[in-house]
Design a protein around this ligand. Sequence first.
Ligand code: SF4
Length: 298
Amino acid sequence: MSAATTRSRTPDRLCAEAVDLARAAAEEAAAPGVVGEHVSLVSEGDRVVTHFFECKEPGYRGWRWAVTVARASRAKVVTLDESVLLPGPDALLAPEWVPWSERLRPGDLGPGDLLPTEADDLRLEPGYSGEDAPPPNSVVTGTSPDLAERVEDEDAELTDRRPADTVPNSRGTIASLAEELGMRRARVLSRYGLHTAADRWDESFGAKTPMAQAAPAACVSCGFLVPVAGSLSQAFGICANEFSPADGRVVSLSYGCGGHSEAAVMPKPPPAAEPVLDSMATDDFPLHGDPSEDLGHA
Ligand code: SF4
């Protein structure tokens, strides 16, 4: 039978009565005046009892001072074991601590911040660094440098061409091919990384967004769509319409917005109306009227 099952659940009488001893210990540990009423006690085991006192500290609502007292077998003196501040069932607690790596959210990275990437980050996989280049004489690299030199010398003898005329040609090597494909980096995007990025972009600028649902046509037929290279080109492009909410963003080909290049063709200006007044002819307006007419009127 284990020791836990033999423990008494009935508090030891002498330990249960040692409330004053427990209170004195709590007051010694706490600031003056913050130990409140005796709340309860529990039996921790044979001759071991914990007394709980209300904590009156404003910032610790629902917390309790817990003072454990104990007594040796056949001894009548109760002694102090420990005192500590513990949260009660209704205590106000801080949110559970979350590691920074799980707390980080998109957009949290500011200027000057560094975000280390795990060595085994699933979004990345090794690129071609050149360290695992095929050894000399490998069929992959073709001719070894020594052999190439000898061939070059013999060729120069036969053709009167100087060996120095030959320019080393790096085209066709794995390194140059990797460079051309953008793979010559320590690590490149893995398939998993590519898929998660595509899902994310599709969520923000994909066919299911309200903007796309209300769009007159999809990005695939829009003149503002800039194509991207690689496998992503089958599903995504970049929007280059400054009036679109997706300007400068990766958009799904099935996304769309009201700024679609062919959505609304501007109407032609109406032809000018015929002039109502003939402003091409001249009318006579004498500066001074006929003087005889003036006399006659008088
Ligand atoms: S303007 Fe609108 S429809 Fe055209 S590419 Fe940008 S988001 Fe797509």
